[in-house]
Design a protein. Structure first.
Length: 246
């Protein structure tokens, strides 16, 4: 969630020459340029669900490319794709004058879809919202697997899927003290403590927690301390615009 130090969560996955954007909050085009890339290099946008902090930057991203001939594929669950169409149409961003064309593809749970380059993705539903999907990426040229949870409470099938992956990027919204104060939060998100315990049991090699709630007022030190109560593997608490090499 947005704070003076952090913006909403999105991830840019680079594999070979391909750039895949996972979730699209605001000011994405500016952030991509800060990383040394151009927005037009993005081939695919995958949206995990239709909550505002994960999708509200999509019109701005497409608008930033309106004079550049190209194509962006937007993918997500059936509900997410339908919502994305309506969102872009609110701003007229699928009209002929927009030179970057948007192509949509529905991701069916359990289906493996080949992306551009040596990368494919398989999705699985998670119980955060009816549109929510987690994404299991296979980087064939690099022999790597990355599982991106999106927003989710602890979901046993997801951690079963995480066994053997090289990296798990997972919702870690707040410390356990915050979940004790607001028990209903456990139906939507995962605490630092629970993430560490479940990741250790799943044998996760590298864990990247994300989606920290601004209201919880916690530091990176508290994130590490709670996760480390159980988790022994490689732990990266990311900063905005940080690059991670696997």
């Amino acid at each position: 969630m947005t704070t003076p130090q952090r913006d909403n969560t999105s991830v840019l996955l680079r594999t070979g020459s391909e750039l895949i954007l996972i979730d699209c909050p605001g000011s994405v085009a500016a952030k991509i340029r800060k990383l040394g890339f151009e927005p037009g290099q993005i081939t695919t946008v995958i949206l995990t669900h239709i909550h505002p902090d994960h999708i509200y930057g999509l019109p701005s991203l497409v608008h930033s490319q309106m004079l550049i001939a190209g194509e962006i594929r937007v993918m997500g669950s059936e509900a997410t794709v339908a919502f994305s169409r309506r969102l872009l149409d609110l701003f007229g961003l699928r009209r002929r004058k927009i030179r970057t064309r948007v192509r949509f593809r529905v991701l069916r749970p359990g289906q493996t879809v080949r992306l551009e380059g040596p990368c494919s993705v398989r999705t699985l539903p998670v119980p955060h919202h009816h549109s929510s999907l987690a994404c299991h990426f296979y980087l064939e040229g690099e022999g790597r697997e990355i599982l991106f949870s999106g927003d989710t409470p602890v979901h046993e099938p997801l951690f079963a899927d995480a066994r053997g992956v090289d990296c798990l990027v997972h919702d870690a919204s707040a410390p356990s003290r915050y979940f004790r104060r607001y028990p209903a939060l456990s139906r939507l998100h995962t605490s630092f403590l629970a993430l560490g315990r479940w990741s250790q049991e799943a044998g996760v090699r590298c864990l990247v927690p994300c989606h920290f709630l601004a209201e919880a007022s916690c530091s990176a030190v508290e994130v590490r301390r709670e996760i480390r109560r159980h988790f022994k593997g490689r732990l990266i608490v990311p900063r905005d615009l940080q690059s991670i090499r696997l």
